[in-house]
Design a protein around this ligand. Structure first.
Ligand code: SF4
Length: 421
């Protein structure tokens, strides 16, 4: 029996994503039609009941976020769809953008109506430029069919959607950085406060939601929250699209109910490890996520069970690594990524990443010094506490979790022996 479900992904393969008429033929835009008969308060109540945590990685409660955005005073507000899916090995938003762009448009319209916004912006990662024509067409066809623009469906609600592309910087996935980028500035995070919910894009109150979050909203408005809540666990209700990648037979984006174990995800859905190799570790939530060893592969994939193991759902990425990989080489590849992506604005991240990289290089070469690990951990803690944005705060998650779970691969015993002399 299949362990995947189809709530958020129910439209995948059911219509031609390049045609609004095809979308309408499967009941498309019924979520918008329904939402526009409801009050903002009713939609917020429904969103709170669905208990959806934001799917970009921060897991902030969506109902609460929408309630806050709706309560901010302002005639002119903005909704941004964060489609800057930059976590390595994460591609679940791409599956929605490419297979069901009209549902995303619906989610944005509903969000805009709920919080009182007039304009929506899709911020598309540069690497997804091949999807621009499809999304552009979805916006244009929605406009020409009366689902966008002035006085949508004669309800008096007006909403436009604009499409922007990033320039390839990972840090632009952070809300304020993304806003700077749309405004034509360098991709560097803003100081807070003011918070973007009050003073965001073009200094207007701004709601930023991830692609999957908006798609879920359209799904539960259309069908009601009961169907969505019939999946998952009491602590983590509903479903999630995961990106399964790495040393896995069947990589891909899959929608699963919360509560499956990582073993079920990796072996039953993903088909297990190819070529007879063994699972060594997995990394959850992209490069900023922590790694877990094979010994905890029976952990249920829920927010609360993963937290007990020090892991997070994050972006929904599940990177599988088999026994052919040295942990230190894996850590180095993540470190190289963060050196490349650090925007350089603050010293803890800019310099911390470089200093830690030097230490990791010594481990890779086998020329580490006795106090190297201690120094790396000290720098990592400084970064976690003092970096200006989430990139620097989480860049060392891989290193710290690798030291915790695979101390022998860092020569910890040899260091301890050396220290004795
Ligand atoms: S933490 Fe890194 S990415 Fe964030 S502002 Fe500082 S240097 Fe830039």
């Amino acid at each position: 029996m299949s362990k995947t479900v189809a709530i958020i992904t129910e439209n995948f393969g059911q219509y031609d994503p390049g045609s609004i008429h095809s979308y309408l033929s499967i009941g498309g835009f019924s979520a918008v039609k329904k939402a526009l008969t409801m009050s903002s308060a009713e939609i917020i109540e429904m969103t709170k009941k669905a208990a959806v945590k934001g799917r970009g990685g921060a897991a902030y409660d969506t109902g609460r976020k929408w309630a806050q955005a709706a309560s901010v005073p302002g005639e002119d507000k903005v909704v941004i769809c964060n489609a800057d899916e930059g976590e390595p090995c994460t591609f679940k938003d791409r599956s929605i953008l490419s297979k069901d762009p009209f549902r995303l448009i619906e989610g944005m319209i509903i969000a805009g109506y709920t919080v009182g916004a007039k304009n929506g912006y899709i911020y598309l990662r540069e690497e997804y430029r091949h999807l621009r024509p499809l999304i552009r067409n979805a916006i244009d066809e929605s406009l020409s069919n009366g689902f966008l623009g002035d006085n949508i469906l004669n309800t008096g609600f007006s909403f436009q959607i604009h499409l922007y592309s990033g320039a390839g910087a990972y840090v632009c996935g952070e809300g304020s950085t993304l806003i700077e980028s749309i405004e034509g500035k360098s991709g560097r995070p803003r100081i807070k406060p003011p918070f973007i919910k009050e003073c965001g894009l073009f200094q207007l109150p701004t709601l930023v939601n991830n692609v999957e979050t908006l798609a879920i909203a359209a799904a539960f408005i259309q069908h009601g929250v009961e169907e969505y809540l019939s999946h998952g666990t009491s602590g983590s209700p509903g479903t999630k699209i995961i990106s399964l990648a790495g040393n896995i037979k069947n990589p891909g984006a899959y929608e699963i109910p919360f509560g499956l174990t990582l073993r079920e995800i990796i072996y039953d859905i993903g088909g297990g490890i190819p070529d007879g190799h063994e699972l060594k570790l997995f990394q959850l939530g992209g490069a900023s996520g922590k790694i877990g060893p094979a010994s905890i592969v029976d952990t249920p994939y829920t927010y609360e069970d993963l937290a007990k193991e020090g892991l997070v759902v994050g972006s929904g990425g599940i990177l599988v690594v088999d026994d052919r990989t040295r942990v230190i080489d894996f850590v180095k590849s993540i470190q190289d990524f963060f050196i490349h992506e650090s925007c350089g604005k603050c010293t803890p991240c800019r310099e911390g990443n470089r200093q830690i990289a030097k230490i990791i290089d010594r481990f890779v070469e086998g020329s580490q010094r006795p106090d190297d690990l201690q120094t790396a951990e000290r720098f990592a803690n400084i970064m976690s506490n003092c970096a200006f944005c989430g990139l620097g705060e989480t860049a060392q998650s891989t290193l710290l979790s690798a030291i915790k779970h695979f101390p022998q691969e860092f020569g910890l015993t040899e260091v301890a022996e050396n220290e004795k002399h």
